[in-house]
Design a binder for this molecule. Structure first.
Ligand code: AHR
Length: 504
């Protein structure tokens, strides 16, 4: 059998894993909110109209923060529409997704839902059709305790305590020609700087995210980061990265998507650090990877996109990708890449959460179920805590069309001292053979003997297997044998698999 060798060193620390690495994203898009998290008529709905079956799944997924309310949606959003008496809230055209936004769920309702799932709000302001003044209004409305016009309005709307939102996104994907208010790096950099400075005049402790590129394949990638950071460096804490991957028929390259994400992160870190050096700054800007996932975007562009000036549906079925086993394996490998950069990627948002390119699906009046991608996220969020440890994996490589030679196995480890366990997350990209993972624990010294090992994998002979409404439990994690010989572990990683090894 092919083999991959690695040794676990407790001192090979990459960095402390910020819990915000396990964030997600809910946009007013398709059925993410309406008929997703919120469906008042559903048998499982609570008194606020939120589906309790979805709440339970979100909790099980282990989502720490949720970015809201967009995404492209935010660039045309008037936040005032979404607060106050519901029967007075206007219906608005959402140009981003060619839909009608009823505003039945807004800031207050979403925070109520977040309190139920136990996640923190990460709020985006509209820098597409709006600017500094509206961002300041939203900040005052959300965070000011009382005594000002907008805080009084919030209190009158039923929320005495401030929302106290700590993390704010300064717009969304402003480099993208599809974005309402699409700007040059220079224009956006100036606006983002003014907005950030104004927001910090209210509260210097806010954590602000400036928009980076919407993908590393944008023609402006690199220069966009340099220019926007040159304007905002002193006033923001994060720059964002967004990346989506899809299998276009070249499975080998698709399985190596983590290589692309790795390059993306390294490039943005290098650019941020070069701006730091030029400015002589002692401050370090980190990455908020606040949109990442598998997304069959070409399907959306070619089939699902809504058009027509008389056609503005409410909560249409949009971006409802069904995820296969191979999608979930790549998805798990992207989590490995994020952990390998835990020193600089200190916030991330899986895009998205329910129904829209999501790990959780629902049917109106019907069930909710887990997609294949649910499993790597839930396991990594549950066990990938504490510090991230780098691993030197000795393994062969395979040739890919897009990235050249790529290692067959990629892996990262984590050590949660408090919980008393190590976790190793590994992807086997080999299509036609299993790879035996050989782990040397001798480097852990006396601790090694006390550790018990278990392994769970996501794999299937049918790489296209998926969970659907008709067959919601077709794919799940299954146990793998762990063969132990002294301080050596041997685990047979199936072909095209994502695996978690837990040492507790
Ligand atoms: O997540 C779907 C969309 O992808 C978001 O609205 C946008 O920011 C990105 O292009």
């Amino acid at each position: 059998m092919h083999e991959a060798h690695l040794a676990l060193h407790s001192s090979a620390t990459i960095g402390t894993i910020d819990p915000r690495l396990y964030g997600s994203f809910v946009e007013h898009l398709g059925r993410a909110v309406y008929d997703g998290i919120y469906e008042p008529g559903h048998p499982a709905a609570d008194s606020d109209g939120f589906r309790t079956d979805v709440i339970d799944l979100v909790k099980e997924l282990g989502v720490t923060t949720v970015r809201y309310p967009g995404g492209n949606f935010v660039s045309g959003f008037r936040w005032e529409d979404s607060v106050g008496p519901r029967d007075q809230r206007p219906e608005r055209l959402d140009l981003a997704w060619h839909s009608t936004e009823t505003n039945e769920v807004g800031l207050h309702e979403f925070q109520t839902w977040l309190d139920k799932v136990g996640s923190d709000l990460m709020l985006a302001v509209n820098l597409g059709t709006r600017g500094v003044s509206e961002a300041l209004d939203l900040l005052e409305y959300a965070n000011h305790r009382g005594g000002s016009a907008l805080s009084k309005q919030r209190i009158a709307n039923g929320r005495t305590e401030p929302f106290d939102v700590r993390m704010w996104c300064l717009g969304n994907e402003m480099d993208g020609p599809w974005q309402l208010g699409h700007s040059s790096a220079e224009e956006y950099g100036r606006l983002a700087a003014k907005t950030a400075q104004a927001m910090k005049m209210y509260d210097p402790e806010l954590q602000l995210v400036v928009c980076g590129s919407s993908s590393s394949s944008m023609p402006t990638f690199g220069e966009w980061e340099r220019v926007t950071l040159s304007h905002t460096y002193d006033d923001v804490e994060f720059i964002s990265c967004h990346a989506y991957y899809e299998n276009t028929g070249d499975l080998g390259s698709f399985l190596a998507s983590g290589v692309d994400m790795d390059y993306f992160i390294r490039s943005v870190v290098a650019t941020a650090d070069s701006v730091k050096a030029v400015r002589g700054s002692s401050k370090t800007i980190n990455i908020s990877f606040d949109e990442w996932n598998i997304w069959y975007n070409t399907r959306f562009e070619n089939v699902d996109r809504i058009t027509g000036t008389d056609n503005w549906p409410v909560a249409p079925r949009l971006l409802e990708d069904t995820y296969t086993v191979s999608d979930a394996v790549v998805f798990g490998s992207l989590l490995i890449t994020l952990l390998k950069h835990a020193d600089r990627v200190t916030s991330a948002s899986l895009a998205q959460l329910v129904n829209v390119i999501a790990p959780i699906m629902t049917e109106p009046g019907g069930p909710a179920w887990k997609q294949t991608t649910f499993f790597p996220f839930a396991a990594t969020s549950a066990h990938g805590r504490g510090v991230a440890l780098s691993l030197d994996v000795t393994v062969g490589s395979y040739d890919t069309e897009r990235f050249g030679a790529v290692p067959l196995v990629d892996a990262v480890a984590t050590h949660d001292e408090e919980a008393g366990h190590y976790a190793i997350f590994a992807v086997n990209r080999a299509v036609d053979h299993p790879t035996e993972l050989v782990i040397d624990l001798a480097t852990l010294g006396a601790d090694a003997a006390a550790l018990t090992a278990s392994a769970r994998t996501l794999s299937d002979p049918d790489l296209d297997a998926a969970n659907t409404r008709e067959d919601p439990e077709r794919v799940a994690l299954r146990d793998l044998p762990v063969h132990r010989n002294g301080s050596e572990l041997r685990i047979p990683l199936p072909a095209v698999s994502w695996t978690e090894i837990l040492l507790s």
